[in-house]
Design a protein around this ligand. Structure first.
Ligand SMILES: O=C(O)C(=O)C[C@]1(C(=O)O)C=C[C@@H](O)C=C1
Length: 256
């Protein structure tokens, strides 16, 4: 190579530097826009800046435009971190994480979605996660979706108390780096919630079979009573007496 010939490696690195700088400048610009958003958004009404319907919409658009060498899960993780960090900037919160079984997988799931600016607090049971969210102003909870848990932790959800707000992972679980199935719990968020899928607490004597068109997420049978957590598309109660305990945006690639 003579002095006059361009160095292709240096050329490519200059291009990478240009892109990195543009991305960094855009992220800082995003932070300034969030400052403006804070003044028009009435976060103080619920104490939480978490907007699950908006996030589902953003994640769907991210997935639909994604292509190329960068794995989709990496792009998802980057944006989840950005969004969770800006959620925390608007209204600080703690993420309460069930860490009984699969503690490492739950920790991975939590960090994948909120990065490192949001503090985590571990709890031994799902019921404790729900209680921590109930006793907070705007904290969130992450509960493992165990089909046969030790307690029907969902029985205290609904009404003015904590509710199911999202289901994770949002992108198809196959091969996902943080694939522990889980539900996000929050206190009511008004119009910010999304119920493409409604989650119901169904209690009966255990005689009936599966609920038509529903996905049974968890079941506990105790003292002749069966308590089920059932997810159903739409908003219609699957059986008489079912109690709505939240809902979520249909995960991409989900069967429901
Ligand atoms: O759109 C909002 O309401 C925001 O607060 C912004 C933002 C984001 O950073 O994009 C942050 C938190 C919400 O959960 C959704 C989106």
């Amino acid at each position: 190579m003579t002095d006059a010939s361009p160095d292709p490696l240096a050329e490519i690195r200059r291009e990478i530097d240009r892109i990195d700088e543009a991305m960094h400048l855009l992220l800082m610009e995003r932070g300034a826009v969030i400052d403006r958003l804070v003044s028009v958004k009435r976060t103080s009404e619920t104490g939480s800046a978490f907007r699950p319907a908006r996030e589902a919409d953003m994640m769907r658009r991210l997935a639909s435009r994604h292509q190329g060498r960068l794995p989709l899960a990496t792009a998802e993780h980057l944006w989840r971190t950005i969004i969770a960090t800006f959620t925390h900037v608007q209204a600080p919160f703690t993420l309460h994480v069930e860490q009984g079984a699969d503690a490492l997988a739950m920790h991975d799931l939590a960090r994948f979605h909120v990065g490192f600016d949001v503090p985590l607090q571990g709890h031994g049971t799902a019921s404790r996660v729900v209680a921590a969210v109930a006793g907070s102003t705007g904290d969130l909870g992450l509960v493992r979706l165990d089909p046969a848990p030790v307690a029907a932790w969902w029985e205290t959800l609904g009404g003015d108390g904590p509710q199911v707000m999202a289901r994770l992972p949002f992108f198809g679980a196959n091969g996902h780096p943080a694939s522990a199935p889980a539900l996000v719990i929050a206190r009511p968020l008004g119009e910010a919630g999304v119920r493409e899928i409604t989650v119901w607490a169904v209690s009966d004597d255990g005689e009936g079979g599966a609920i038509d068109g529903g996905e049974t997420l968890a079941t506990v049978v105790r003292n002749g009573r069966r308590s089920r957590l059932v997810a159903v598309a739409g908003g219609e109660a699957p059986v008489a007496g079912a109690v709505a305990v939240g809902g979520y945006a249909s995960p991409l690639g989900a069967r429901t």
